[in-house]
Design a binder for this molecule. Sequence first.
Ligand code: FMN
Length: 164
Amino acid sequence: MNSFEHIMATLDYPMCIVTTCFENEKAGCLVGFSTQCSILPQHYLVCISKQNYTLEVAKKAQFLTLHFPSVDQIELAKLFGETTGDNIDKFSFCPWYIGPYGAVIIKDDIDWFIGKIIQRIDLGDHVGHLLEPVSALKVSTGPKLGFQEVKKIPAGHPIEEEFE
Ligand SMILES: Cc1cc2nc3c(=O)[nH]c(=O)nc-3n(C[C@H](O)[C@H](O)[C@H](O)COP(=O)(O)O)c2cc1C
């Protein structure tokens, strides 16, 4: 691990679970690379790995749903971070519903917002999705799940050197 990677490994930032759908296909994964990136207008950037099944569906989608799990929702984070839609249907292991804009929303005590994809940006091994929030629900009061709590989770599509 080089010094840059060491610094990155010590940072903490909120984890999110990104879900999306196109026609009958649903997909979702655990994401660490995301941030609000503009206040006026409100914009949010979320980066999805080119290795992930989620990107295949996101390429065709108009909206992404970003869920921000609490520390006590680590099992949900593991479901979306450890397994891949290449070989399992994650949505048969957690309750979900179709919300505004036809977005897939995880049915749990979890904060979420739906973002309209207004730009896709090639960032290297990830694709950045610039989002305009169009709907949101704040229901959770607990502390959010951060990178330090999940960095040892083995990713369904590993880029091991990034997270060690
Ligand atoms: C701590 C951690 C952080 C991750 N961050 C990202 C990320 O920022 N973007 C991403 O696309 N995948 C990220 N992943 C990997 C995906 O969540 C994982 O490979 C998932 O199994 C992909 O599922 P899919 O193939 O169904 O899309 C992360 C995984 C872990 C454990």
